[in-house]
Design a protein around this ligand. Structure first.
Ligand code: GLA
Length: 432
């Protein structure tokens, strides 16, 4: 689409917006898919954009849906919680997890929706004689079960990490060949969420291995949210929906604007795979880790919400400055992410170079709209009702200023900071 032109469902060239954009950005090597996958991605993204554009033009409730998602009754909205990896890497311990659980409660984050407390890699050191995974006894003195009990006692849910291959990414024992015993062990410990990684999986078939663990979890008899983490390398948007509750679409995020934006461009291509119970996972949040400005973090959080992404905080919640707490705790933005319609928003308009409009249809007929300024200069961005599939007068609420801006007809514009967003909720005025 030529910058300056708005989306129109009848224009065939709009389908190329996401593809062109995804190619323009400098994608870090860790995020680059093999050539065949990239070609496939481009074809698929063109289809997805076309379909979603039509869907938006038709109205929220007519969005086409694919086959049913994994029916374990979990993750009807994108999972929310905290994961140790982005901030602490291998430096995990029972003490950290307990203090984090306490901080989630004290900061109000639990009540804002952050429920899962997930220990990532490095908690495990070996298998015992019966084949059960053993936790690092220096860092987890009582083992995992009492820790899960503690997390539960705080009104939170407990999550853990493993790897579908022979060893985890940090060289700890993997689940390959031990799917049933690991699923049983996790169920006995009271685990509510498992992230399964894909390191050291040479020669294995991803859909087969992840289905094996899905079935083992079902057999273990405890409801466990299943997070697939194979970095988008085996087209998980195709088989992920009936295998897990969420699947990573890209390589690892890092705490930089360019990384966050590259992931946005890649992950947004698979929007139509997302639905209640099954979500694209563009990776955990970096909000509060120090590598981006607060404007950039507000953009990161807004874009993850408009993409219906899992919101897994990845910072040290025990020591959050007020600005970080205000971003992660923004209830207006969280409500967009958690909207019950369960549609992933999409890029619908590019009013200029580096200026974008992202829109997500919501259950009450409104649209969540993110005006994204990818450039280094503050500027005005406008969106049109046609681009977001609305007609007539509509009320606009600014989701970062937490203020109602009044009724607008046909278009809305706002001044957007450099590397930043304005995020609004636009609700048609009915009966008037
Ligand atoms: C991979 C995953 C990360 C994290 C690390 C842990 O890189 O993608 O999210 O789990 O492994 O080793």
């Amino acid at each position: 689409m030529v910058p300056g032109r708005e989306f129109d469902a009848r224009l065939s060239d709009v389908k190329l917006v996401s593809v062109a954009r995804a190619r323009q950005v400098s994608t870090p090597p860790c995020l680059q898919a093999p050539l065949a996958a990239r070609t496939f991605n481009a074809i698929m993204s063109a289809r997805f954009v076309t379909l979603l554009c039509c869907a938006l033009a038709l109205g929220a409730r007519d969005v086409p849906r694919a086959a049913p998602a994994l029916d374990n009754g979990l993750a009807r909205t994108p999972p929310m919680g905290w994961n140790s990896w982005n901030h602490f890497h291998c430096d995990v311990s029972a003490q950290l997890i307990k203090e984090t659980a306490d901080a989630l409660v004290a900061s109000g984050m639990r009540d804002a929706g952050y429920r899962y407390v997930v220990i990532d890699d490095c908690w495990q050191v070996a298998r015992d004689r019966t084949g059960r995974l053993v936790a690092d006894s220096a860092r987890f003195p009582g083992g995992i079960k009492p820790l899960a009990d503690y997390v539960h006692s705080k009104g939170l849910k407990f999550g853990i990490y493993t790897d579908a291959g022979r060893r985890t990414c940090q060289g700890r024992p993997g689940t390959y060949g031990s799917e049933e015993i690991d699923a049983r062990t996790f169920a006995e410990w009271g685990v509510d969420y498992v992230k399964e990684d894909w390191c050291n999986s040479e020669g294995l078939d991803a859909p087969t291995q992840y289905a094996k663990f899905r079935d083992a979890l079902a057999k273990a008899g405890r409801p466990i949210t299943f997070s697939i983490c194979e970095w988008g390398s085996n087209r998980p948007w195709e088989w992920g929906p009936h295998t897990g509750n969420l699947w990573r679409t890209t390589g690892d995020i890092s705490d930089r604007w360019a990384s966050m934006i590259a992931i946005l461009d890649l992950s947004s291509q698979y929007a139509l795979a997302a639905r209640p119970g099954a979500w694209n996972d563009p990776d955990m949040l970096e909000v509060g880790n120090g590598g981006m400005t607060d404007d950039e973090y507000r953009a990161h959080f807004s874009l993850w919400a408009v993409m219906s992404a899992p919101l897994m905080a990845g910072n040290d919640v025990r020591a959050m400055p007020p600005a970080t707490r205000e971003i992660l705790g923004n209830k207006d933005v969280i409500a967009v992410d958690q909207d019950s319609l369960g549609v992933q928003g999409m890029l619908v308009q590019e009013p200029g170079i580096d200026l974008q409009v992202w829109s997500k249809p919501l259950a009450d007929g409104s649209r969540a709209v993110v005006l994204l300024n990818r450039s280094g200069l503050q500027t005005v961005i406008a969106t049109s009702w046609r681009a977001i599939g609305l007609t007539g007068p509509a009320r606009v609420r600014d989701l970062w200023a937490h203020s109602d801006l009044g009724a607008f007809t046909g278009r809305f514009s706002a001044t957007v900071p450099a590397h930043g967003v304005v995020m609004v909720r636009i609700t048609p005025v009915t009966g008037g």
